[in-house]
Design a protein around this ligand. Sequence first.
Ligand code: SAH
Length: 305
Amino acid sequence: MTGKSSRFPLPLSSVVEKKGTAASHVPSRSPEQSSAPVRKVVTPQTATRNAAQDSGRQAAKAQAAQFVQPVGKSASRATLPMPAAASTRAAPLVSEAVRKAMAVRVAKQGVSDPKVLAAMEAVPRHMFMEPALASQAYIDASLPIGHHQTISQPYIVARMIEIMRDNNKGKVLERVLEIGTGCGYQAAVLSLVAKEVYSIERIKPLHELAKTNLRPLRIANIRLHYGDGMLGLPQVAPFDGIILAAAGLEVPQALLEQMAIGGRLVAPVGGRQQMLQLIERIGKFEWTSETLEECHFVPLRPGTV
Ligand code: SAH
């Protein structure tokens, strides 16, 4: 039932959808992110959470200390600097075990791409949160990052990247674009599965926060942009993968145009009720669209603030 589009330029509404094709192993999701008042406390009572609370307290302290230090010359420049940097400088006991538990949980929720799971295990999520919330960094929830925005729930971060990577067909993604940098966490995960990551944020203080969060991790292949992600980055396009971390009523036309042929775009679409949508560009003037699972993201908004 894959639909073929008509001619380019193409309003998304004209892309024929495959409905109800959610992978059967993926559980229906409860709301992931909320545009309603952000939750300060989340309560899944799991071993992971308990572990996270204990070790996260140490992480928070260590993290607070770390932010007042200049970025150390000792920081590694290896492809995967995060685990080492995080575990030695920020949270010796926390990060590895609790992150591994988080990756195991995400796998149980249906994510099977080993490269994505390894990336989830590698990125020190607690370093993207303010110290007071670091203890909750590894639970399965979105959490506030200020400015009425949230860091996405681990499951949905992993799931979107898995979908973008084409369900583990082993393709190496060259260039990907994220709309909605927020605190920079998903960009860090993406940096481990793609050669070049571009990420756009429309709220200046969050763009700055992401820079601050990412700096100590010394990730060489991320480029952060302050601007309206609905316009994409035409100067850098085409992209093999595009992920939207905020939900619009439709996917902006500019982003469709900036997909490489063979590229995949994953986006939450909708208002109060949102569905994850996968769009593939199958030809110069042809796209297909597939509706996957339910999700809940903060809204995609035009312009910058
Ligand atoms: N990727 C983040 C999630 C951030 S929440 C993570 O790793 O957790 C979504 C973000 O999208 C918010 O920071 C919001 O400001 C941003 N956003 C919304 N509309 C946008 C737009 N048009 N351009 C760029 N960013 C946008």
